[in-house]
Design a protein. Sequence first.
Length: 212
Amino acid sequence: MKGLLITLEGIDGSGKSTAAKHIAARLAETMPERRLVLTAEPTTGQVGKILRAELAKACGDETKPSAASRMQELFLFMADHAHHLTKIVLPSLQAGAMVLSDRYADSTAAYQGVTLRGIVPDPVSWIQSIYRPWNLRPDKTLLFVLDPHTALQRLRSRRGREKFERLEFLRTVDENFRRMAALEPERFVQIDAGQEAKKVAEEAIKAILNLI
């Protein structure tokens, strides 16, 4: 059985992490013979823990980050992605599993593409060019699309605060995601994340079953 890599993308607050759990449960019922691996980025590995700690520190720091610190953040994301590929994604696919990843390289390009504005020209394309020689292209990417203002309202009801939870920032990230989806319509499936959670999950599952 051929392994499949399906990634879930979208801005913070789009509900993809909640949908991932619904999708995994439904697929386990629909295809009990198929091994399903539910994973996420940043990972819980060593680099992922360092990355999360750095993001937490940056959240409370009101000073403008230097170009060097922004580059450091990018390469931590990339190192964590490399770990994810090596330790989880590739071995699972080689074993014939379906891998469902909550965030992947597209998130790094979309988010860090905002962070690196003014440092490199066309940062999204630049980040993608670094990934291209060694990254694994997903079989399908589900993009959960939601108005950034609505997403931010959802986020405010949660405990804690994340570095990227700012309206203008999320708007630009949303634009980056939509631009990537427009350039690869055969890979991306856009899902209206403004619907109720059950409906969102149903659309996502339908897209996955169509792929299979």
